[in-house]
Design a binder for this molecule. Structure first.
Ligand SMILES: *Cc1c(COP(=O)(O)O)cnc(C)c1O
Length: 382
């Protein structure tokens, strides 16, 4: 039997990526600038709509870092961050010498809880410091509660840094994720919905802000014939080679979103008859998810020996990758000394959850292998 590894989410090339990379070689644009960088930015601006401006960067993490700088976050400032997320949402707060304030999730979207968010803001203000920014994340491609979070942010006049690293191709009421924040962020890392092998982008509402981001990303070089600097710079621009991969990937983005959504449907069908499992899905038709990763919650049953970790191990035995959900940041050793607001929603999700193989390149044969493990695990008592 074919026992090749089934990955959670692996790169899926469309076909034209190599052509764009080839062009970069032929024209000797082998640098962190060039026609593919400009082309990818234009492709993304067209795709996202809403008159946004996009700057291609070396990673999503770099985009979050520059986003915080553009929002004026400095040493000693406080920044609110969704606790349940990948650490890259929070690390740049520390790069700035600022202080993360973590906030719990709610059960509907697994993202920032509006009630806990408001409590956190009110309490931080009472303690003497108004948070400088709110980092809100669309986990696994499911949009956060867009209107509730925006209304709180506006009420307290705090800008939103929208971490859309997992949500390119998702939308809310027809508007693309990445365009809701005061600044938005995308990632094109190897495991994301599309990849440039490594890369990211910053999304701004004005051309000036995009230009400022690119200025910081290219070592903050002042306009002079010699190297002149009046601000701290970074080397965060995307390479023209990587951008070439990105341009090829943009051609197949929507097709790959459709395939990821089919994987989600496959799991919805597979687990329909298994009462201890719920498949994570959008709350209603106003939410459109790319289902970057399909995720489930499992109610443990000790008498039957069923748990999320048990299923993960059963997959592992068959060389199939599955993973627990993001472990909340307030439970991470590196962040545990920082303030946290909320209860145990994120922690419970982490205990019960599992991400399943979700790639747009999974074949029928691989789905069968996944189904066999699931059926054996739940139906025949392991
Ligand atoms: C992947 C990811 C990032 C970081 O993007 P990189 O391109 O890997 O630096 C940030 N936030 C979230 C939620 C992510 O999933």
């Amino acid at each position: 039997m074919n026992n090749q590894k089934i990955w959670l989410s692996s790169p899926h090339m469309g076909g034209n990526e190599q052509r764009f990379v080839q062009e970069a070689f032929e024209s000797n644009w082998v640098a962190p600038l060039g026609p593919n960088v400009t082309g990818l930015e234009q492709d993304l601006e067209t795709y996202l709509g809403n008159e946004v401006h996009v700057g291609a960067l070396s990673s999503g993490t770099a985009a979050i870092h520059l986003g915080l700088i553009l929002l004026g976050v400095k040493a000693g400032d406080e920044v609110i961050c969704q606790s349940m997320t990948f650490s890259a949402s929070a690390n740049p707060i520390l790069y700035q010498g600022a202080i993360p304030v973590f906030v719990d999730s709610e059960e509907m979207t697994w993202n920032l809880c509006p009630i806990a968010l408001e409590k956190a803001i009110v309490d931080r203000i009472a303690k003497g410091k108004k948070p400088k920014a709110i980092i809100a994340v669309h986990l696994y491609g499911i949009p956060y509660q867009i209107e509730a979070i925006r209304s709180i942010a506006d009420q307290f006049e705090i800008p939103i840094l929208e971490d859309s690293a997992e949500a390119l191709g998702s939308s809310y009421k027809g508007q693309a994720c990445g365009t809701f924040g005061d600044i938005g962020v995308l990632s094109f890392n190897g495991n994301k919905i599309i990849t440039t092998s490594g890369g990211g982008a910053i999304i701004t509402r004005t051309k000036e802000l995009k230009e400022k981001a690119v200025f910081y990303a290219t070592q903050s070089r002042d306009n002079a014939p010699h190297y002149q600097h009046s601000e701290i710079g970074y080397n965060y621009r995307m390479s023209n080679i990587c951008a070439g991969i990105g341009r090829g990937q943009m051609e197949v983005l929507d097709a790959h979103v459709t395939l990821r959504r089919k994987m989600h449907e496959f799991y919805a069908g597979l687990f329909a008859e298994i009462p201890s499992v719920t498949v994570f899905e959008v709350p209603n038709s106003e939410y459109y998810a790319n289902y970057w990763l399909s995720a489930i919650l499992i109610e443990s049953d000790e008498s039957k020996g069923i748990s999320a970790e048990g299923l993960r191990l059963a997959f592992e035995e068959e060389n199939i990758e599955s993973r627990p959900l993001w472990k909340p940041m307030h439970l991470q050793p590196v962040f545990e000394q920082y303030p946290y607001y909320g209860s145990s929603v994120a922690e419970n999700l982490f205990q019960k959850g599992l991400c399943l193989p979700s790639g747009s390149n999974l074949k029928e044969e691989e789905r069968l292998r996944i189904a066999t493990v699931v059926e054996r695990y739940f139906l025949s008592g392991k």
